[in-house]
Design a protein around this ligand. Structure first.
Ligand code: ATP
Ligand code: MN
Ligand code: MN
Length: 297
């Protein structure tokens, strides 16, 4: 690991050939994390992260003045598209951004992007997802152990049908449970499926869970957010940095690691790890009969 000063001394402020302007501008004021450190982070995790991002339409969270300043989501660049970032117009006329190489991640960092939020589907079949996610959103009062327990209930619920899931920290207070699948079915079919799965888990303990987004119904509960599934819906990328104090990342973990993980999770300064169950993911087949059976509830 080079610290930013050493890195500048030895290599200038170019990362993978991408020039980083204002390299020592502080992006995370409480933590002293600079723009160059952000770019170098994406270089470091690039090889692991890229397969989860490549060819997926992106929503980008930019913080040009650092995370203490204005934050905004962006799905397109009006005039100046950063180098190594691609643009495409979908059949419905929506213009989307995507990347195909690690340089694209670095280039986005150069443009003040901290967070990358990909769709659950990728080009050219944006109507057919290959990743589903259940985003566990605990209310502030919920003890961490309960959120952990919810992730394991979800895993076990899907495992009963022979379906494999993986987990990652959200980089916030939550956990994302993900299911990788072959591109067989449309969002239209799978969105109700994700709701039905959330409902199945929710029913196990209605006092602890809700599947309704309404804030008033979430007090003291874990919201099993299934609305991250749908055309245009996003979830923070695996290994993605968060624009939050402490520079946390959404870190893929094994189920064993998750059980040991505390609420603090992982940060930009942690070494990038590739847990065994996240290596070369084999997309699973989800029979239509099973989709129908589970969706019926
Ligand atoms: P936390 O642990 O704090 O819940 P999170 O990333 O899961 O972290 P959520 O608020 O639950 O945060 O949102 C889930 C996902 O929904 C985000 O990762 C993001 O991809 C997407 N999202 C939420 N709000 C927006 C928004 N305003 N614009 C675009 N995407 C959004
Ligand atoms: Mn969440
Ligand atoms: Mn959510």
């Amino acid at each position: 690991h080079l610290n930013p000063v050493e890195a500048m001394g030895s290599l200038g402020s170019t990362v993978l050939g991408v020039e980083i302007s204002h390299p020592d501008r502080v992006v995370y004021p409480d933590d002293g994390v600079t723009k160059l450190e952000v770019a170098r982070y994406y270089e470091r995790v690039g090889e692991l992260m890229l397969p989860h991002v490549v060819d997926r339409p992106l929503a980008l969270l930019r913080t040009p003045e650092g995370i203490g300043g204005e934050k905004f989501f962006q799905k397109s660049f009006k005039a100046h598209v950063p180098p190594h970032v691609k643009v495409k117009t979908l059949d419905d006329g929506t213009e989307i951004l995507f990347v195909r190489e690690i340089k694209g991640l670095i280039s986005l960092a150069q443009f003040g992007v901290i967070e990358l939020h990909p769709w659950g589907s990728r080009l050219p079949q944006v109507d057919k997802p290959d990743v589903l996610v259940w985003d566990l959103d605990p209310d502030e009062k919920v003890p961490w152990k309960e959120t952990l327990g919810a992730a394991f209930l979800l895993r076990d619920c899907l495992a009963e049908y022979g379906l494999e899931t993986r987990a990652k920290s959200s980089g916030g207070k939550g956990i994302h449970v993900m299911m990788h699948l072959k591109r067989q079915h449309t969002w239209e079919l799978l969105k109700p499926f994700t709701k039905a799965v959330a409902a199945k888990v929710g029913e196990q303990n209605p006092k602890r869970f809700t599947i309704t987004a309404s804030k008033s119904k979430r007090s003291g509960k874990i919201y099993i957010d299934w609305l991250r599934n749908g055309k245009g819906a996003t979830c923070i990328a695996p290994w993605g940095l968060r624009a939050r104090p402490g520079a946390p990342v959404s870190m893929p973990v094994t189920w064993e690691q998750l059980a040991e993980m505390g609420p603090r999770g992982f940060t930009i300064r942690e070494p990038a790890q590739e847990p065994e169950n996240w290596m070369s993911i084999e997309p699973q087949s989800l029979p239509i009969s099973l989709v129908r059976e589970i969706s019926r509830g």
